[in-house]
Design a protein around this ligand. Structure first.
Ligand SMILES: [Ca+2]
Ligand SMILES: [Ca+2]
Ligand SMILES: [Ca+2]
Length: 196
């Protein structure tokens, strides 16, 4: 499928908070653990695996709308995830907030480009100053731009699924209820005129 159409479809699904039935982006080979070399994921479900000596996989995702982004994992690794903005700045991470050893986080974002890193515990994000952040909870203020993610313990190999969903921050009133509200106001105006 045309990649623009696929992205448009993903944005629509994310905007509606609907998980696609089957569409998934499959990791191509081994995704790089460097943000600048991230694979562009074009679906709200991303499937990949952690192989021997796999220091982590980073995906680039583009959201057409802002909202509360939720990222959850499933699979056979002790998944740990990190979220980074378009400038590679570390935002938030998680190790075990999902079920079993799965990761889960929610974070309010604007529309735009983001990076999601995943690996087998313990995962660190390394910034341009060579400082390390254990990807769990909110990133330290001023941690700055991250170059790559890195596993610093033994690596358990296995597969994973990343599932992304978006909930609007401020639900917009339905056009139908706006129309009803307008009709109600017009009705009030007519009553007033009659009373006068
Ligand atoms: Ca991989
Ligand atoms: Ca990798
Ligand atoms: Ca975990």
């Amino acid at each position: 499928m045309n990649s623009n159409l696929r992205i448009a479809g993903m944005v629509l699904m994310l905007a509606c908070g609907i998980s696609p039935a089957q569409a998934a982006y499959m990791e191509s080979g081994d995704a790089s653990n460097f943000l600048a070399a991230a694979q562009m994921a074009t679906d709200a479900v991303i499937q990949g695996n952690i192989t021997e000596a796999d220091e982590g996989d980073v995906y680039k995702v583009v959201f057409g709308t802002g909202g509360t982004l939720s990222i959850g994992t499933a699979g056979s690794i002790d998944a740990q995830i990190g979220l980074f903005d378009a400038g590679f700045n570390a935002l938030a991470g998680d190790d075990d907030s999902g079920s079993d050893l799965n990761a889960f986080l929610s974070y309010a974002i604007n529309a735009g480009t983001y990076y999601i890193g995943i690996g087998d515990f313990a995962m660190l994000a390394i910034n341009t100053g060579n400082q390390a952040w254990l990807m769990d909870g909110l990133a330290p203020a001023g941690f700055g731009a991250v170059s790559y993610i890195d596993n610093q313990t033994s690596i358990m190999t296995g597969d994973y699924t990343l599932s992304l969903s978006m909930q609007p921050l401020n639900p917009v009133p339905e056009p139908a209820s706006l129309a009803l509200l307008g009709a109600g106001l017009a009705g009030l105006g007519m009553l007033r005129r009659k009373a006068g």
